[in-house]
Ligand binder design. Sequence first.
Ligand SMILES: [Zn+2]
Length: 198
Amino acid sequence: MYYFSAEKYDYATTNMKEAGEGKFCPFCNSRIEYEYYQYSHIGKFKCPNCNYGDNQIYKLATNIDLKNRKFDVDGITYNIKFNSIYNIYNFLAVITCTSLYSIDTEIVKKALSTFVLNNGRLEELTIQGIPTIINLAKNPTGSNVSLRILNEDDDEKELLFVLNDNVADGHDVSWIWDINFDSLNNVKRIVTSRNSCL
Ligand SMILES: [Zn+2]
C-alpha cells in the first residue's frame, strides 16, 4: 500500500469547520485524533488506540502555496492552474501513480502545469469582460471547498448561487443546510437563483 499526504496549508484548522465524516476509527471505533484539518474531514489524523492513519507516506506535498499555485514533492516544484486544496490531493494521487509506473517527472510536471477542466469544475471563462469561475457542487463538502476558495482569494468578487433539483442531481436538496454560508467573508455581493424543470 502506498500513501500520499499533504502538509498543513495556510487555511488548515485544528477543529472540524465543515460537515465531515470519519470521526471514529473504522477498525476499533475509538474517536480519531486530528493534528489538522485541511477541509471537511481531510487532514492528518490517527487513531489513538490502534494507530489507524499512522502510515508511512510515499509522497508528501510540502510548501503548498495556493496563491501562487504551486507545491513541492520530493524537492520538485509543481506549478498548477488551480488554487484549491482538494486539487493538491488529486495531483498527489497522480504523482504517486506516475512515480510507481516510473513515468518521467518532467512529463508529469508539464501535464499538471497545463491541465484545466472545462466541465464546470472550477472552469474559468470571461463573460462580458468579467473573469468568471463556474463550479458545480453536489454535496456539502464540495460546496464548502468552493466557499473556501472565495475566502482565500483576495480579489474583489461577487457570488451567484444557483440551486437546481433536477433528476441528474437529485430532488432532495436538504444537503444545502450543511453549507457554511456564514463563513463567507470575502464576497461583495451574493445573488441567488434557482434552476428547475417541471
Ligand atoms: Zn482504531
